[in-house]
Design a protein around this ligand. Sequence first.
Ligand code: GLU
Length: 469
Amino acid sequence: MTVVTRFPPSPTGSLHIGSARTALFNWLYARHHAGQFILRIEDTDRKRSTKEAVESIFDGLTWLGLDWDGDATFQSQKIERHAAVALDLLDRGMAYKCYCTPEELEAMRAKARAEGKPVFYDRRWRDRNPDDAPQDIPFVVRIKMPLDGETTIQDQVQGDVTIANEQLDDFIILRADGTPTYMLSVVVDDHDGGVNHVIRGDDHLNNAFRQLQLYRAAGWSIPEYAHIPLIHGADGQKLSKRHGATSVQEYRREGFLPEALLNYLLRLGWSHGDDEVISTDQAVSWFDLDTVGRAPARFDLEKLESLNAHYLREGGSQTVIDGVIACLREKHGIIVDTTGRQRIELALPHLAQRAKTLIELSATAVFLIQAPSFPLVERKAQKILVNGGIEVLRNIQDSLVEINAWNPDTLEATLRARAEELELGFGKIAQPLRAALCGSTASPGIFDVLVILDRDESLARLQRAVEQE
Ligand code: GLU
C-alpha cells in the first residue's frame, strides 16, 4: 500500500507555524514511506477564504521545501461530488431528511438546556414516515449515528480513544441549500484522494469520531489517524498572536532560514534521542509517528534562534548568501553585484559567528558593498579617526600601497613592522584602519577585511579617509 498523507489548510489567514508543523509531519511521513503528500485547499467557507491566504500557503510551503505531489486541489470545486455522496447515503438509508425549522431547533435546544441535558438534535425525523414530510419546504440531510455502543479511534499518537456513541448526534451532512458540510467534504475528499493517513492537530480528534462513522456509513476503508498535540506558548496557552510571530512569513521576514524553522518545528513534538540539529534528509530517514510526544510542545524562540544561528554558520552557504543579498535589498536598499557577492561569500564565515538572523547578518555585511562616507555615522568610529587616527593612516598608507602580495600574512607582517617603527601598539593602527574601511568599530579581523575588500577597494577607502579634513 502506498502511503498517502495530506495537508488540507483552510485559507483564512497566512500559513500558521502550527499548520506548517502539521504539513511537515505529513510530508515527512509520506517521504519516509516513499508515499505521496497531497495538498488540498479547504476553501468551502467562501466568506473567510481569501486568495492572499492561498498564496501564503503555496508560498510558505514552497519556501520550506515541503513539495506536494500532483496539483493542489480546491475543495470548493468538489461540492457536487460531496452532495452526491450525501444523496447516496440518503438512498441507502444511512442518512435521512430533516425538516425542522430554525424555531423548532431553538425550542429543542432551550428544552435540553432547561433539563440540563446535552444540547442535541433529538432525531425527531430519523424514523418518521417519509409520507409525513411537508411539501416544498427545505430539508437538511442528517447522518444516522449509531444509537448505542462505542466508537474507538486507534490513534497512532493518542493510543485508543473511545467515546460512547450516545455522545454523537445525527449531524448535518447536506445543508438546506444543497451544500455539503465540512464534516462530509473532508471525508469524501480524503477517500477520493486515496488518503490513508490523517495526521493533524488534536483539536480535530472530536471530529474524527464523527468522520469515522461517516466512513463506515459510506462503506469506505478508514484511514490511520494520528492527532498531534498543539503548540503552546511559553505560558502554556495555545500559541496565538499574543505570543509574537505566528506565521511562517513573519519568521521569513525576520531573517530565519527555512532549514532552521523546519528543524525547530520538527523538534516541537517529535524526537530522535537527544538530537537537536537534524537535517531534512535525516528527518526523512528517521521520521515515524511512534516518537511523537503526547504533551503539548512549548514554543521557545531562543531555541529557534540558536538553531538559526547554527544554520547561518554551518548551513549551505549559497542559501545564506542569497538570503543576505535579499535582506540587503529589502532592508537597506542595496543591490549586490558579482563583486559584492564574492565579498559576502568570503566574509560569511567571519560574520556568521555572531548573527542570530539573516537580518543581523546582513546589517554586518553592509560595509562590504557600501563604502563608508565621511564623516562616519558611527560617532565612536569617527572619533577614532579625528583623534589622531587619520594621522596614523597617513603614516601607514605608503607601506600598504607598496604591498603587491595582498594576503593576510604579508599584510600582517607589514602592518606589525610599521606599528613597531611608529612605536604604536597594534590596536592604534587597527582601530583607525577598521573605521576607514568598515565605517565602524566592529568587524571581522582587520587582515581579513583587507583581503575580502581586495587591494584596490581597501586602498581607495583608505585614501578617502585620509582626505577628509
Ligand atoms: N481544514 C482544516 C483546518 O484547516 C483541516 C481539516 C483536517 O485536517 O481534517 O483546520
